[in-house]
Design a protein. Sequence first.
Length: 409
Amino acid sequence: MKKTLLLGTMLAGIAGLFTSCEDDRDSNPTLMQPKELALNVPAYVNQTVNLENSSALQLSWSQPQYTADNAPVNATYEIQASLSNTYNVSVAEASADESGETVADYVAMPNTFQTCRGEILTSDLNLGLIKIAKWTADAVPAEVPVYVRVVGFIQEGTKRLYSVVSNVIELKVTPYYVELKDAAPIIWYLLGNNIGDGAWDTSNAKIGVSTMPMFMIPGYTYDKATGEGDIQYVNYFDTDGFKINPSNLSDWDHGFMGNGACQAIYRDGGGDNGNIWVEPAGYYKVVVNTKNLTCTITPLEITPTVYESICITGSFCNWEDRPMTSANKAGENHVWAYELTVPEGTVEEVKFKIPGSWDTNWGFGTANGEVNVCGKGTKNGNNIGVAEGTWIIMFNDITGEFSIIAKQI
């Protein structure tokens, strides 16, 4: 059983520094360049951490002095890890170099924090170390030193201002082999009065019910290291309000909100300006760039066929029709969702169709059972392969496009 490694007892004088950055309500304090960020030494520093049998490493640090009176500010903190105690090129920067000549010497953990404590998921750390060292299956060392530090900064759009770097702590870890894969595209989610069941429920259990994933774009090249890029959603919209939340669905402070009809602005921890809406009701394409944090809403002059319902069918149900969930609570709809769990070691085959007939159906791929996570289905196309796991399967009957998205558990 995996266990979380907890912090040991820290110096009592440091405890008062664990101030939540969310508590900053001062009126425009004057920022200054901080001189120090103290990363506390955890009790497990003298242990060898087995990354495969652990779940997370807890860390804490002091609040940097960003103002003269040390008022709390809305700072962001990133945890970085290195095998060489050098921090010149990140894994993300090296992956962006298509020539392959850039060599990474550190990895930034994917989660950032707005308080003076956080954790490293051991699976993220292990994957990052493999990307740095490029170990093969038979060459993973039994134990390696890992050097960890924290970087604090003030986020302003894509800029990092007033950066300050902590001291470095050395950990001993036992890594394990995993096959390197490109990062999955980052998915954002729509929720609103007429989205799904209209409940605005951000729990993972209600993905595909209350919140509707946006679609990956077939043929689009996503960032291999981060999964960032464009995602889209095409459907009929009424004039009810909605929002677009990031993959961390409960993070209301960092999604898209309203800024006038057919406008959406990114909320970077600031106040809530309200819901997004369209005017007039009709067909729209919504595109979010998950790297630049931009959103466009474009009206479409189209008159697609309107289906009362769409079904999914396949080997998982002996090719019987299974109704998909409408992405719109009421009125016209063209986006459909279905949750499917595929047992370990198997591949299921699926297609999309109208109820009770094969006259209108969509498939994809060069052969039956070929696994694809997105594509543009065609009439009478091949059966789509779905690998093991629990998935939210999205289908658009206007474009024929589908996205098969790993469900957050």
